[in-house]
Write a protein that binds this ligand. Structure first.
Ligand SMILES: Nc1nc2c(ncn2[C@@H]2O[C@H](COP(=O)(O)OP(=O)(O)OP(=O)(O)O)[C@@H](O)[C@H]2O)c(=O)[nH]1
Length: 394
């Protein structure tokens, strides 16, 4: 049974290029899955929309020559007018779509892009059927009927989930169905049904291609944004996440806590047991911390043996209880069998009046330092800091 499972997994991996769980994980990826992924995906979609729109803004007017040469008047004139409008729409899209990091803008750009050829198809197809053309014009007109096939195949260019791909394919399929219904008296049922079936198959393959792009993109982003040793977010991507979370909290007025974590006497591990043993301790401590967090909490490696814990929608008191839970669970063991401990500094955006995320990090860092000088293996938050100040004054 296990062999069968392994073989089918290996087969699926060979076909899909990634583990099937990862591939199908991208099926219904919600927009807010990870703010970083959403941002990068939105920008990639918009830059591809710009590229495709720019390409068609150049290619569409070139085809005017073919229309003018092949079709009789007034069909040629009407087609040329349609192409001029189409060209202008593509050009407008190519210059106006700007990467904003927002998925909504990416969806809007995609919808605009797909609606241009769909409307041209709805406009041109009845036109060509109405004025019956013959000879080379008839051959070219028959080719124009394949425009919806090109459109659904174009879905494969974008890193989309299955549901997103389906949403963008449906209007094209609907346009094909409407056109077919309008012409039922002229052409036979079977050929329309066959064409529709083929269109659906191409849409399915294009959506699968878009999903595998998304899956590939997700693994590339993961590699680029995560620290190889600990699997936590790396500092650069972590700073981006901090900025996003800080703005979200500022806009909504929600609390946002930050915990600065620094492993105690880590240098001794390296010095006594070697760098590799130190690496193992670091990786294990990070893994233990991650396992103790809620989904939505973010752990990033700030550098060396320092970590930052971003806790959205969490006030200072709750953050302190999160730290208590982490400390109780332990951070693993040193090679000599003693417990790994750390010093923690907690800061909260509103309570500490931080003007920006760098200031919030600075406050948490200072409190972590207070925890170090207070004897290590402890947590210092706003209350403990105030208490220490009162003791100093007294
Ligand atoms: N093995 C390993 N060591 C690292 C890594 N990054 C940083 N270090 C080491 O971590 C040590 C940090 O030492 P210190 O900053 O003196 O801090 P500490 O020994 O933990 O002492 P306190 O923080 O004061 O408790 C240095 O020796 C670094 O070389 C890493 O990726 N792997």
């Amino acid at each position: 049974m296990q062999t069968l499972k392994n073989t089918s997994q290996a087969l699926a991996r060979a076909v899909l290029g990634v583990a099937p769980q990862k591939f199908f994980g991208s099926l219904f990826l919600p927009g807010g899955h990870a703010p970083l992924l959403s941002r990068k995906r939105a920008d990639m979609i918009i830059s591809r929309v710009r590229m495709v729109a720019g390409l068609f803004a150049v290619l569409t007017p070139l085809w005017i020559l073919v229309d003018a040469l092949v079709f009789p008047w007034p069909v040629a004139g009407l087609l040329v007018a349609g192409r001029v409008v189409t060209t202008l729409a593509f050009a407008l899209l190519a210059v106006s779509a700007r990467p904003s990091g927002r998925l909504f803008d990416a969806y809007r750009a995609l919808a605009f892009m797909f609606s241009i050829p769909t409307l041209f198809f709805i406009y041109s197809h009845p036109l060509l059927s109405h004025f019956s053309v013959a000879g080379p014009a008839a051959a070219i007109a028959a080719g124009y009927a394949f425009l919806p096939f090109v459109m659904v195949a174009g879905l494969s260019v974008f890193p989309l989930t299955a549901s997103e791909g389906a949403v963008f394919a449906v209007p094209v399929l609907a346009a094909e169905a409407v056109i077919a219904l309008m012409q039922l008296d002229m052409l036979n049922w079977a050929s329309h049904l066959g064409a529709f079936w083929l269109l659906m198959l191409i849409a399915t393959v294009a959506i699968l291609a878009g999903m595998s792009q998304l899956s590939f993109m997700m693994s590339l982003i993961r590699q680029a944004t995560h620290d190889g040793l600990t699997g936590c977010f790396a500092r650069a991507s972590g700073e981006e996440l901090l900025e996003i979370q800080f703005h979200i909290a500022e806009r909504s007025g929600a609390p946002l806590s930050l915990v600065f974590v620094d492993i105690d006497h880590f240098k001794q591990i390296n010095d006594r047991f070697g760098h590799e043993a130190g690496d193992r301790v670091l990786a294990h401590a990070a893994q233990t911390m991650r396992a103790g967090l809620r989904t939505g909490d973010i752990l990033l490696r700030w550098g060396g043996e320092e970590f930052l814990l971003i806790l959205p929608n969490t006030d200072g008191a709750t953050a302190a209880s999160v730290v208590r839970r982490l400390r109780e669970g332990g951070l693993g063991k040193r090679p000599d069998g003693s417990h790994v401990t750390a010093s923690f500094g907690v800061a909260e955006r509103a309570a500490d009046g931080a003007a920006g995320w760098p200031q919030l990090v600075e406050i948490a860092d200072q409190r972590m330092y207070l925890a170090k000088i207070g004897g290590r293996d402890r947590c210092v938050g706003r209350t403990e800091e105030q208490h220490a100040q009162q003791v100093q004054l007294a």
